[in-house]
Write a protein that binds this ligand. Structure first.
Ligand code: 4AD
Ligand code: MG
Length: 460
């Protein structure tokens, strides 16, 4: 007999005779002649209540069941008399697959996020993390569906690259050189002796590769891991995170903003409908304003604001910021959050940033001072999306590369795409973990990643 997921069982509309569930014991409660055993199989937030009575041949063992033990239960599904649950199972067989010792680290009380991060295998068995990672899964499905419905093609871009898309130098080197006999040239490691014959690193963004394919397939997107050796221990930076990067041919900044807004709204609406119980947990225990925030984000038209005006608003505000802001300076999280949480009280798309604070590939505006960049800012997080229209004019691109000190020989292939049938095109990157933080109200990026990688931390 095949096991049924509890998630499916709870959707039953009629009793059933022979069902099999397998899962882990959450709690047990004994009376004289029978025990209640609450079982959870991770398929949903709810447990199913098992009634095990003394007619079971191993009833003595069943009475000794501990939290965390794994069981297989065969029995009949019937309407529950108890409060708060529709269905329960009366067992005619209960096999103990493994008995957990009494030292099971998870207690009934709520544990701190910090403590749970130290137990790799049990963190996802808690209600909160089970819900978070089911939502993560469903959100990624919704993102693929969003793009497929719009005829975008999914592109797998390389993890190992020879370029630094963002030009910020936050690269993890990838090498097969032997560190104890490192071949050297002019005092530095000799990259020509390395695996690829040149220096390689983990990708910081799939964008440059996505552009190549947008200029062939039209609309594409990547959705994969990216890596940044950013040594900042903040609650919204991870060294390994996932990014969703659409790239559209024949598209300007305006079209880019429209897609960005839709890409945020659709998956949120999807999980509100499909993950009601899991989202409900976050709305009750993590962020009491969650549903209001999500409603605001899915229902409102986002503000579109030139960077220059954003700076004026920030300068005129009465708020004391830790960092000064003026034209030409990068906005800090505190500035981004002020704009979206206090000033406009909804998502804000800031665009036309000074070229001096943005990467080489962004399209130069006619003022020669700003580029067609855009960042989407949302409450609680700040920047969730960064993108731009791309510089499609070969000559302008070349001069931007030399201005920003990028070696042309690493990017010749990229430059070549501006030779043959170059077109206006645009794209952006949505930080997937920041998106999950937005949807769940979870405040720390570590808590939306199954195995977070941050400075000084890679235990498992
Ligand atoms: O703004 P970023 O650096 O943009 C790019 O990488 C572009 N090449 C994307 C593109 O146009 N195709 O990063 C995009 C988003 C940010 O807005 C943020 O949400 C997320 O990626 N992000 C991070 N998330 C977690 N940890 C980090 N260290 C992040 N760095 C960026
Ligand atoms: Mg950015």
């Amino acid at each position: 007999m095949k096991r049924t997921k509890i998630f499916r069982l709870l959707q039953s509309d009629a009793p059933a005779d022979n069902v099999l569930v397998k899962g882990w014991v959450r709690t047990t409660r004994d009376s004289k002649t029978f025990s209640f055993v609450e079982v959870n199989d991770g398929s949903c937030l709810s447990n199913i209540q098992i009634i095990a009575d003394n007619s079971l041949e191993n009833y003595d063992e069943v009475k000794k069941l501990t939290t965390g033990s794994a069981v297989a239960v065969t029995g009949s599904l019937s309407e529950s008399q108890g409060k708060g649950q529709k269905w329960e199972i009366t067992a005619n067989r209960l096999d103990i697959i493994s008995l957990a010792p009494e030292t099971y680290p998870l207690q009934k009380k709520r544990h701190t996020d910090e403590f749970l991060r130290t137990i790799a295998h049990l963190r996802p068995r808690t209600n909160k993390y089970g819900a978070a990672f089911r939502i993560r899964s469903e959100l990624s499905y919704a993102i693929h569906k969003f793009f497929r419905d719009r005829d975008f093609r999914y592109l797998h871009t390389p993890i190992i690259t020879g370029s630094d898309c963002e030009g910020a130098g936050e690269l993890f080197r990838v090498t097969s050189l032997d560190f104890d006999g490192l071949p050297k040239k002019e005092g530095k490691p000799d990259d020509s002796k390395d695996f690829f014959g040149k220096a390689a690193n983990l990708t910081v963004s799939g964008q440059l590769s996505a552009e190549m394919f947008a200029l062939a397939l039209g609309d594409v997107y990547t959705f994969g891991p990216t890596f940044r050796a950013e040594n900042s221990n903040t609650r919204r930076h991870a060294a390994e995170f996932w990014m969703v990067e659409p790239e559209m041919a024949f598209c300007d900044l305006e079209g880019n903003m429209e897609l960005a807004e839709d890409l945020i709204k659709y998956p949120i609406q999807h999980v509100i409908e499909e993950c009601e119980a899991d989202i409900g947990l976050f709305a009750r225990f993590v962020d009491k304003n969650l549903m209001k925030t999500l409603e605001n984000i899915t229902a409102s038209d986002y503000i579109r604001l030139p960077y220059r005006e954003a700076v004026e608003i920030l300068k005129k505000s009465k708020k004391k910021f830790d960092h000064d802001i003026e034209f030409g300076k990068d906005m800090q999280t505190e500035h981004e959050r002020y704009l979206t949480e206090h000033h406009f009280k909804k998502p804000v798309i800031v665009y036309d940033y000074p070229k001096t604070i943005k990467p080489f590939y962004m399209r130069m505006n006619d003022d020669n001072e700003t580029v067609a960049a855009m960042d989407v800012l949302v409450p609680g997080i700040g920047e969730i999306i960064g993108g731009s229209q791309r510089e499609e004019r070969a000559e302008v691109l070349k001069s931007r590369m030399s201005e920003t000190g990028l070696p042309e020989d690493n990017y010749w292939w990229y430059l070549e795409s501006r030779e043959y049938g170059t077109v206006p095109h645009s794209g952006f990157g949505l930080g997937f973990e920041r998106f999950i933080m937005l949807v769940t109200g979870i405040r720390n990026i570590r808590d939306v990643i199954p195995f977070p990688r941050t400075p000084g931390s890679i235990e498992f």
